[in-house]
Design a protein around this ligand. Structure first.
Ligand code: PLP
Length: 391
């Protein structure tokens, strides 16, 4: 048998994050004391009232198919969220609930991109975006940014990247992996250019609520009705409600895009898990007190890690204003990110993700979604490591 793999699937790069994670887990299983900075998820548990709502739904027999786009109660709660948090008006028919924010991104790209299209992706990027674009048969066009501009795409850069084939710009603020947050003025300028060119924006706002130092989140859709017409917002429950395993995300889009996403979903996964959706309703409509506690904890860890990293020889780190990642520049150690992370794990038992996974080989990603004790221990070890590299 000739197991010819489809062109689209064969074009994918396997996830480097998962490879590092697997190695770290294997070392832990062998009894080694590994400190993990690789986590892409909160270290807090899902708030109790959310679990209770899902349990009740199960006990009430809410275990059957729902509409493929999600239950109306949840889509209405999401519409209310957009009104409350972002000043945006959406009808429930413009909102589709999917099996994770990642699934929402995938559906949006499938619904809007095709062979011949170019998709603009600023780097460092969340590693799944270019792979999804390739799966749609379209071409990812990477727009490189660096710590010199706090990893922000400039209007000049965007203007220079447009071609007649440009279909979509991907924005992600606050960002994974850099933690950087665009100011409202910066976002408006990028949005204006897309509106002028008739280019769609996929705005991944899943870290909306994770902000520090007084940073504000503004949705690029919110500057004018034209901005909203050009924007598809992707969001989810994974980060601000610590529901990664629940697999629930959502998107809000102009009606034709929402319809296409619903059609794709109705032929692939159908609805996201019924009782999980009831938990999500509780997440949006219930108390949000947990977030304050988590943010205070994240802020403490971020300040500590940022200060420690900048005190290491050969390392410099922008102080990110959102999400739960820092993205230090390690190029002055003389190592590329893959070798840096492989040796850091081998020699010091510290797991971090090489920046190359996000299209940026001069950096590594450290997640501070782990305890302050772990962060202290891990950074002590990383400091010993870089002191051996940089004399
Ligand atoms: C975590 C994350 C998502 C979505 O994750 P799900 O678990 O699929 O909801 C989407 N975008 C970014 C940038 C993320 O970091």
């Amino acid at each position: 048998m000739n197991y010819r793999i489809s062109q689209q699937a064969a074009s994918l790069s396997p996830s480097l994050t998962l490879a590092i994670d697997a190695k770290a887990k294997q070392m832990k299983a062998e009894g080694l004391d590994v400190v993990g900075f690789g986590a892409g998820e909160p270290d807090f548990d899902t708030p109790q009232h959310i679990k209770d709502a899902a349990k009740k739904a199960l006990d009430d027999g809410f275990t059957k198919y729902t509409p493929s786009s999600g239950i109306l109660e949840l889509r209405q709660a999401i519409a209310d969220k957009f009104k409350r948090d972002n000043g945006l008006t959406y009808k429930p028919s413009q909102i589709i609930v999917s099996c994770g924010g990642k699934h929402s991104c995938f559906n949006v790209i499938m619904a809007t991109c095709q062979p011949g299209d170019e998709v603009l992706i600023p780097s460092p990027y969340w590693l799944s975006y270019p792979e999804m674009v390739k799966l749609a048969g379209a071409k990812p066009v990477i727009l490189e940014t660096s710590d010199a501009t706090e990893f922000k795409l400039t209007p000049e850069q965007l203007r220079g990247a447009f071609t007649d084939r440009t279909r979509l710009l991907v924005l992600n603020s606050p960002s994974n992996p850099t933690g950087c947050v665009y100011t409202p003025a910066e976002l408006e300028a990028l949005g204006n250019l897309c509106v002028q060119r008739g280019v769609l924006i996929m705005s991944d706002e899943i870290y909306e609520h994770l902000l520090y130092d007084g940073a504000v989140h503004r949705s690029v859709a919110s500057f004018s009705p034209a901005h909203q017409e050009h924007t598809i917002i992707v969001h989810g429950f994974a980060k601000a409600w610590s529901m990664t395993g629940w697999r629930l995300g959502f998107m809000a889009a102009p009606e034709p895009v929402a319809k296409a996403v619903d059609a794709i979903q109705s032929h692939s996964t159908s609805n996201p898990t019924s009782f999980a959706q009831k938990g999500a309703v509780a997440a949006l409509t219930g108390p949000q007190d947990h977030l304050k506690v988590w943010l205070a904890e994240y802020a403490k860890r971020r300040s500590y890690a940022h200060q420690r990293l900048n005190a290491m020889p050969g390392v410099s780190c922008v102080n990110a204003k959102g999400a739960f990642y820092l993205f230090p520049n390690i190029s002055r150690t003389g190592l590329k990110s893959t070798e840096f992370c492989a040796r850091l794990l081998e020699e010091e038992k510290v797991a971090a993700v090489p920046g190359i996974a996000f299209g940026a080989d001069a950096y590594i990603r450290l997640s501070y979604a782990t305890s302050l004790t772990n962060i202290q221990k891990g950074l002590d070890r990383m400091e010993q490591f870089v002191r051996r590299l940089v004399k």
